[in-house]
Design a protein around this ligand. Structure first.
Ligand code: ZN
Length: 138
């Protein structure tokens, strides 16, 4: 059965040959369609990646200013281009159960109204120093 909406998803032309459930007029249109889909997906991922990296740079810059326990105003973060919506993961500290929001290896948490503490990621478990070998023969 053919329907009136039986048109190529890529070029919009009527599909006159092949199975009725065909979505494209030929391989060329099919490939083009999927490539564009992939590109737009990459575009979305790239946009988020860029913002995450920007967030990280802002955290590094503000972290580097003043004392390590200094609190940063929300406005300072926003003015520097920080977007709270984007982050990579959460880390809960063992002792005080503080939840930090991370952008890669830099995290923050709201300590008091609109004021944030910024930290650099800490290692949870001790790893052997670089150059040390774990592998054993035998
Ligand atoms: Zn087509």
């Amino acid at each position: 059965m053919t329907t009136a909406s039986h048109i190529c998803r890529q070029c919009g032309k009527q599909i006159t040959r092949g199975r009725p459930d065909k979505k494209f007029c030929d391989e060329g249109c099919k490939n083009l369609f999927h490539n564009q889909e992939k590109l737009s997906e990459l575009g979305e991922i790239r946009k988020i990646d860029l913002q995450l990296k920007k967030n990280r740079r802002v955290l590094i810059r503000l972290f580097g200013q003043g004392r390590p326990d200094a609190l940063i105003e929300r406005d300072q973060l926003l003015k520097a281009g920080f977007e709270f919506y984007y982050h990579t993961h959460y880390v809960t500290t063992r002792l005080k159960q503080h939840i930090f929001t991370f952008c890669y290896d830099y995290g923050y948490r709201e300590v008091e109204n609109g004021r944030y503490q910024i930290i650099k990621a800490f290692k949870e478990s001790g790893r052997p120093a670089p150059g040390a070998h774990d592998s054993r023969t035998g």
